[in-house]
Design a protein around this ligand. Structure first.
Ligand code: IVH
Length: 684
């Protein structure tokens, strides 16, 4: 191996250890990123990497460009150099219907003067950025964008940061010069997380994963690229010299996989065009469930001999075609904005759009989330906008086409009063959401509260759907939750599209719903931030409704997964007289459940002990440390007094520690706290 010569000056056992670590890291990197089948834990991987870093720091002369430590990003560039592709990077012809695809197959057969079935490799058309990676003697020497197909940009520094790109090829048998082509893309999860972070920071969002991938690759500072969740999937080869490749495209993909590349796991060989069509349909059905965006299927003639016979036309091969899926982004016009009031009073702007076919359905509404989103988009009524609908996700407006703004475009005015009940709309500082302050006075909030109460995962009143609830509230027949249990057959059967039979069914469903569980009842109340699983935690912790209603915020926080925010909303709920009345009325209407046996809080290990946290904690945040202590039954106080049992003091602890010492209290450091928490089974 050529890299070994660099080790000449190193003590031989160090050189051996370094080489060995690199080999292991390379292999495990491949298992993790290319095969998605790791053989060691992340912690073990980190330890190997840490050891290699130490040795390389100690022996800087040992560092090679293909060392796994060299992915973190390099000195920023001032500009990208131009790369002239040795072989042009082509594009693909498109098919938009089964007919187009069959016609393509016919053209292939005609050109080959054959009526025999053609074997196709079926690949996903990944929606990212095409790249070319050049390897010489197995070493990555250049990464480039496609550019215009002839001239691209040198993005070597950036591609080196992508873990699924081997810095050195694995195995053997690769040509001396090997140009690998493929797509760099950002998986949906990484994209969502990146945008969520940007949203929190009030920064501009990326429109879609493709733009995010492009933006990440276009960084002159490769450390930024290194921080972005990018992947690269290899799908073909370009320039090859000094070696032979398999005779089929599927063989080439298998070789690329063995040499360390991520190749797409959905790829299949179809015996003929009918099988290829079946593949298109199957993937179409699971498109939304894939971890990354695709915009079609690429079909490639498998035999390279046939590929050569078919050749190219203008800028696309005659042996391949991309059969596109319905677009997930389209442009349309924002006709108006309406404001909807939700269960918790949140006032949400909803865009009314000129209907547009996108992501396989016709979309005429899209949420605009909140005021910040309107400002961020800089959107006006009358604007041409880009609507994106990916999978089951609600349609989003991702961009405004400012160049198409009409002269009479209007600003969107956020209402100061609730459009339903006219109560003032309030915005809490630090919260993006504006809320109607009307509470249950507001018919919209009442409707939503009742819909939620009756919904399947709550009280499960079958037949009491959204439309019916809206009518009942509008007619004044239902004003609060318990009212639904006083509805009569006459009242119900007089509603739109209802007969005696449906009315009877609803009455029976109401009766059935009265026997429920504590968890479902808590969830049904619609307390802010209390979803199904939190409600279950409350039920299991307290066992009875009375115990939960009586708990103060500190006790509430002992419940698993309950932090200060949830505890605040729950306490606030029970403080309100109207809520207590509503609960009594529901129980008077006959709602019941079996209480759950729970261990008494006295049995918690730190019951009766008071802790004070001071100074800086490193392994845990203060909030987390507090949550763990509360969960074990301890009290956590803000100041030191004679009632304090323990003071946990981190570095920088000041007056509280001094006072503790003065009072002769027991003091522990963070390590002591961690030990205590672990002893009582807390996972840290
Ligand atoms: S093959 C000569 N295979 O689609 C063949 N392209 O216009 C050239 N793409 O920008 C491309 N997934 O980046 C091929 N499995 C795949 C692909 C794929 C995505 C992109 C490619 C190019 C565009 C084709």
């Amino acid at each position: 191996m050529s890299t070994l010569s660099l080790f000449d000056d190193l003590p031989s056992q160090v050189a051996k250890e370094i080489a060995d670590l690199r080999k292991q890291l390379q292999y495990h990197n491949y298992r993790y990123y290319a095969l998605d089948d790791p053989q060691i834990t992340d912690a073990e991987y980190d330890r190997l990497m840490q050891r290699l870093r130490e040795l390389e720091a100690q022996y800087p002369e040992s560092v090679t460009p293909d060392s796994p430590t060299q992915r973190v990003g390099a000195t920023p560039l001032s500009t990208f150099q131009t790369v002239v592709h040795e072989m042009p990077m082509l594009s693909l012809d498109n098919a938009f219907s089964d007919g187009d695809l069959l016609a393509f197959n016919q053209r292939v057969q005609d050109r080959l003067k054959s009526a025999e079935d053609i074997e196709y490799v079926c690949e996903l058309k990944l929606d990212g950025i095409a790249v070319s990676l050049l390897y010489r003697d197995g070493l990555l020497v250049r990464g480039a964008t496609r550019g215009d197909g002839t001239n691209g940009e040198d993005i070597t520094q950036n591609v080196r940061t992508i873990n699924s790109i081997p810095l050195r090829l694995l195995g053997s048998g690769y040509p001396a010069v090997l140009e690998v082509r493929g797509e760099i893309y950002m998986p949906k999860a990484g994209f969502n997380a990146l945008n969520e972070k940007a949203r929190m920071a009030g920064e501009k969002l990326f429109v879609n994963p493709r733009n995010a991938a492009a933006g990440s690759l276009r960084q002159l500072d490769s450390r930024i690229t290194a921080s972005r969740p990018l992947e690269m999937c290899a799908y073909s080869v370009g320039w090859v010299d000094g070696g032979e490749l398999p005779e089929t495209h599927s063989g080439i993909l298998a070789a690329l996989k063995n040499w360390g590349f991520l190749t797409n796991r959905e790829t299949r060989v179809a015996k003929n065009i009918q099988e290829a069509l079946g593949f298109y349909r199957r993937i179409g059905e699971k498109r939304d469930a894939l971890a990354y965006d695709i915009d079609g299927i690429v079909f490639k003639v498998n035999s390279r001999l046939l590929q050569d016979t078919l050749g190219f036309i203008s800028r696309a091969p005659r042996w391949a075609i991309a059969y596109k899926f319905p677009a997930q982004e389209e442009s349309t016009i924002l006709l108006d904005v309406e404001f909807q009031v939700g269960r918790t009073g949140a006032v949400t702007p909803v865009a009314r759009l000129q209907p547009v076919f996108v992501g396989g359905v016709t979309v005429s509404n899209a949420t605009l989330h909140n005021r910040d989103e309107i400002n961020r988009l800089g959107i006006k009524i009358g604007d041409t906008v880009i609507v994106r609908r990916a999978g089951d996700v609600i349609p989003q407006i991702v961009q405004v086409v400012e160049s198409k703004r009409p002269v009479d475009a209007r600003d969107i005015l956020f209402p100061e009063h609730c459009p339903v009940c006219n109560s003032p709309v309030e915005t809490v500082a630090d919260e993006a959401v504006a809320r109607c302050s009307g509470g249950l006075v507001c018919a919209a909030q009442r409707k939503e509260a009742i819909k939620h109460f009756a919904s399947r995962k709550a009280m499960n009143v079958e037949g009491l759907g959204d439309k019916l609830v809206e009518q009942l509230v509008d007619l004044g027949l239902v004003n609060n939750l318990a009212d639904i249990y006083s509805l009569t057959r006459e009242q119900l059967s007089a509603m739109e599209r209802m007969g005696d039979k449906s009315a009877d069914n609803i009455l029976a469903a109401l009766e059935n719903s009265k026997k429920t569980t504590l968890a479902k009842f808590i969830y049904a109340l619609g307390i802010r931030e209390v979803g199904e699983s939190t409600a279950r935690n409350f039920a299991n912790y307290f066992g009875s409704f009375e115990a939960m209603a009586a708990a103060d915020q500190e006790v509430l926080q002992r419940v698993p997964d309950v932090g200060p925010v949830v505890a605040h909303f729950v306490a606030e709920f029970f403080e309100q007289e109207s809520n207590r009345v509503a609960v009594s009325a529901l129980r008077a209407a006959g709602i019941h459940w079996d209480n759950i046996e729970v261990a008494s809080p006295d049995a918690l290990p730190l019951n009766g002990l008071t802790y004070v946290l001071t100074g800086t904690l490193e392994a845990l945040s203060r909030d987390d440390a507090k949550a763990h202590l509360l969960a074990l039954g301890a009290k956590v106080a803000g100041s030191v007094s004679a009632k304090t049992d323990y003071v946990v003091a981190g570095p920088g602890a000041g007056s509280k520690l001094a006072k503790a010492e003065e009072l002769g209290l027991k003091v522990m450091d963070e390590a002591g706290l961690l030990e205590l928490l672990r002893e009582h089974g807390r996972q840290i």
